[in-house]
Design a protein around this ligand. Structure first.
Ligand SMILES: *Cc1c(COP(=O)(O)O)cnc(C)c1O
Length: 225
């Protein structure tokens, strides 16, 4: 691993450049450090560099890190990736944002286990790759309408993962599709689905995601390689 500080300053510089290109303000954007591939020690070094947002994709590791940093109230914890229904009860009241809501069955379980309103992103499969999680773009509106029955779920935004091998043109297409979907959800003016956020952009594609309106970018590799 190279120097974390160097990596962070490279990421920050790239974010600033993308913001400038698209005439956006850097403070509209939240950088999430995806710490799933590193241990507590390395995560702590990133905390010391001033990062506040962290994401994990495994329940055990999530809980371990969350409890290790328990006394640090400034930290914000994101859960990304597949969450099995039987594990919902262990994490749902511990996380600040859940990025992978993609079925009514999962929504039911969250509703059953949550002791407060949970900020959720709907995961959308914009590319249609069968290996990707998420609901189809054409089903997003009806899915969100169906969530009205669940008063413990707040739809804060939409999330997607673009294919790793996508071209720049395809990336623009996928990310703008998510932004258009977001606009159509917002037009519904549902109180439980303000949908003000877009969680899109990873190490390989975050500059394009920023140009297309991302508000949360999820970066792992660029921190830790
Ligand atoms: C691992 C992961 C990331 C981070 O990806 P990098 O390419 O390492 O930046 C972002 N989002 C999700 C859902 C992930 O699983």
């Amino acid at each position: 691993m190279k120097n974390l500080e160097t990596n962070l300053s490279r990421i920050s510089k790239s974010i600033a450049q993308s913001c400038e290109r698209s005439q956006r303000k850097p403070d509209e954007l939240t950088l999430i450090c995806v710490s799933k591939s590193v241990d507590i020690n390395t995560t702590e070094k990133v905390v010391q560099l001033g990062l506040k947002h962290f994401a994990e994709n495994r329940v055990e590791q999530f809980l371990e890190k969350k409890s290790y940093f328990d006394s640090n109230d400034d930290l914000v914890w994101h859960f990304i990736g597949n969450l099995q229904r039987r594990k919902v009860k262990h994490v749902i009241n511990e996380l600040d944002y859940f990025h992978a809501l993609d079925s009514l069955k999962l929504a039911e379980e969250i509703q059953k286990r949550a002791n407060h309103k949970i900020k959720c992103f709907i995961q959308v499969n914009v590319s249609g790759e069968t290996s990707k999680q998420g609901i189809k773009p054409t089903e997003v509106i009806s899915f969100i309408r169906d969530l009205s029955a669940f008063d413990s779920i707040e739809v804060v935004g939409l999330m997607t993962m673009a294919p790793y091998q996508a071209t720049e043109l395809q990336l623009h297409h996928y990310f703008s599709e998510l932004r258009f979907l977001q606009a159509s959800v917002r037009q519904l003016s549902l109180t439980y689905a303000p949908c003000t956020e877009l969680s899109m952009g990873m190490t390989n594609d975050f500059p394009i995601a920023i140009e297309e309106g991302s508000t949360f970018i999820r970066i792992g590799t660029a921190f830790f390689s």
